[in-house]
Design a protein around this ligand. Structure first.
Ligand SMILES: [Zn+2]
Ligand SMILES: [Zn+2]
Length: 282
């Protein structure tokens, strides 16, 4: 599968001269499966440029937009997704049983003619909503395993294995140190999903020293992500969902510190900070 990052920023778009290298768009990851199927993970503002590319290419195959949760930074790009405005596109908006109703309601509400000039019902593509259940599902050549993250309001992670190819785990908006029995259980489940994963895209919004003052906010630090990934034998970690206040220089520093931590612990994995435009095949 071919993975392209179109939005890497958490919480709110952060454009400007201080964020040009890592990007200011909110979460959106494109996954092209080996059979050509288009998966899009979340509809942050990164989906705008991705939609323009898909229209330019004119392939018109079905598009599956997999929504991790209904927080605005993951849905507010949808009204700017060009294929939704054109006849001939089939768009399946998918979510877990836990979240799909909230996501559907939210997509309709944010395009109600009051907060946005075009109403959802005026979109010309064929748009359906798909309940993926809570555990394992199949989309074309891919097997998807769903897991619950620790995040206010809930969030879903996706483990995607393409037939005879590699495996990606996308876990945005997750607090690995979440307290209590639920927090521990979810961390254990996620660590299990990490087994056999080639690339883990994971939330690392905060620095380790910022975690004590942000407990319960639903995000992680690079140390927590690296510890879990190394334990499970993940080959590559991509640190994702950057804080909107973090400049390019500060993300460079976060990235160096993360690599130092990997070396200091003697782990055998590659670690990068997510960057808009970053592309890798798995
Ligand atoms: Zn978020
Ligand atoms: Zn969130």
């Amino acid at each position: 599968m071919l993975v392209t990052l179109w939005g890497t920023r958490g919480s709110v778009p952060a454009p400007g001269p201080a964020t040009v290298r890592y990007g200011g768009n909110t979460p959106c990851v494109e996954v092209q499966l080996i059979d050509g199927t288009e998966l899009i993970l979340d509809a942050g503002t990164g989906i705008r440029a991705l939609g323009q590319k898909l229209v330019r290419e004119g392939r018109r195959g079905p598009i599956f937009v997999l929504m991790s949760h209904a927080h605005w930074d993951h849905v507010h790009g949808f009204p700017f997704f060009q294929p939704a405005y054109e006849e001939g596109w089939q768009i399946h908006v998918a979510g877990s049983s836990h979240s799909i109703k909230a996501i559907k309601d939210l997509l309709y509400t944010q395009m109600d003619g009051l907060s946005f000039p075009v109403e959802f019902g005026q979109l010309r593509a064929e748009i359906t909503f798909m309940d993926m259940g809570d555990s394992v599902t199949r989309i074309r050549s891919a097997t998807l395993q769903l897991g619950m993250c620790s995040h206010p309001g809930g969030c879903c992670c996706f483990r995607i294995s393409d037939d005879s190819e590699g495996t990606l785990l996308h876990a945005t908006d997750n607090e690995l140190r979440a307290a209590g029995r639920d927090g521990e259980a979810r961390r254990t489940t996620l660590a299990g999903l990490c087994e056999g994963v080639d690339v883990l895209i994971h939330d690392a919004q905060f620095l380790p020293e910022e975690m004590p003052t942000h407990a319960g906010w639903g995000h992680s630090s690079y140390e927590d992500v690296i510890d879990m990934a190394a334990e499970a034998g993940v080959k590559r970690v991509v640190l994702f969902h950057h804080d909107p206040d973090r400049t390019d220089e500060q993300i460079d520093e976060l990235s160096w510190r993360a690599r130092d931590y990997v070396a200091k612990c003697g782990h055998n994995l590659i670690c990068d900070a997510a960057r808009e435009g970053m592309q890798f095949s798995i």
